[in-house]
Ligand binder design. Structure first.
Ligand SMILES: [Fe+2]
Length: 304
């Protein structure tokens, strides 16, 4: 039987370019299932030359779960789910670290669908890394050591630079109180593929709870340098009309800010996710995973 989609892998660890689907039209159920399967397998999908209206962007995202909004972030008029990410001469991009989006929440997003509207003539690529490939490359002894450990993720830690700005603590006071530190397993099991992945990141993870501070600092430093190896990454060069759909449960991403002062404008929709759980039967979050409830997003800056 002819495959529903044409899938071309773009790197060894993760990422695939998908052809044969027009996202501007409602997806047939078999195409939807094929995209879902491709996401679980390749972790980040890329679509080229999509003439995607805000309605179609939202309809595509809704196939995968409830959508988030960011009340004070700019959004496409009439589409509060469609966040505008724009940088130019006056507003250069400040996000430059590897991260998984919003792991300071009990239920970090399932993923995001990002569409390029205006791209610089050169530069402005985005990198993604596979946290499952990074996990697979660890020795069995290290995997065993990490399995069952839990880490704290903190909004305050991730936004410490913004908080340190004049008036920053006042500006972010509401977000700060709405996002106290949370705990996630260090090794996360993917709810669709069942694959295990590392689930810590240098932006939001503060410590591993079962270790003392010195041990925790050393283990986190090792894990973050390990996962940032090129062999676990892929790189995507945007064109106007390009769309990326990443699985936030098993990847990190990082923009390359090499295009200032050129303008770059992207539109993003973020899909609600489940509460992360680990492989151990005694993992406390296992029981909580049956719920899809997600705390309301009250923070306009919580897009990282
Ligand atoms: Fe991000």
């Amino acid at each position: 039987m002819r495959p529903v989609l044409r899938v071309t892998r773009i790197s060894e660890a993760l990422g695939a370019e998908i052809e044969g689907v027009d996202l501007s039209c409602p997806l047939e159920p078999e195409v939807h299932r094929a995209v879902e399967g491709a996401l679980a397998e390749h972790e980040v999908l890329f679509f080229r030359d999509q003439d995607l209206s805000p309605e179609a962007h939202r309809a595509f995202a809704r196939l995968f779960g409830p959508l988030q909004t960011h009340p004070a972030y700019p959004h496409v008029p009439g589409f509060p789910e469609l966040t505008i990410l724009e940088s130019d001469r006056e507003n250069p991009s400040k996000i430059e670290k590897w991260h998984t989006d919003m792991t300071f929440r009990q239920c970090p997003p399932l993923g995001s669908i990002l569409r390029a509207r205006i791209v610089p003539e050169t530069g402005g690529d985005t990198l993604w890394m596979s946290l499952s490939a990074a996990y697979d490359a660890l020795s069995p002894a290290m995997r065993e050591f990490l399995d069952g450990l839990r880490a704290e993720h903190s909004f305050e830690h991730g936004f410490r630079e913004s908080l340190a700005e004049p008036g920053g603590r006042e500006r972010l006071a509401e977000a700060l109180s709405a996002n106290p530190p949370v705990e996630h397993p260090v090794i996360r099991v993917h709810p669709v593929s069942g694959r295990r992945s590392l689930f810590v990141n240098s932006l939001f993870t503060t410590r591993i709870l079962e270790l003392n501070q010195e041990e925790s600092d050393a283990v986190l430093a090792f894990l973050c340098s390990h996962m940032e190896r090129d062999e676990f990454a892929c790189r995507f060069a945007w064109r106007a009309g390009s769309v990326a759909f990443w699985d936030n449960r098993c990847t990190q991403h990082r923009p390359i800010n090499d295009y200032w002062p050129a303008q770059r404008r992207m539109e993003r929709i973020t899909i609600d996710g489940d509460r992360p759980y680990g492989a151990r039967k005694n993992d406390e979050t296992q029981s909580a995973n049956s719920s899809r409830s997600v705390p309301p997003s009250s923070d306009a800056t919580a897009s990282r």
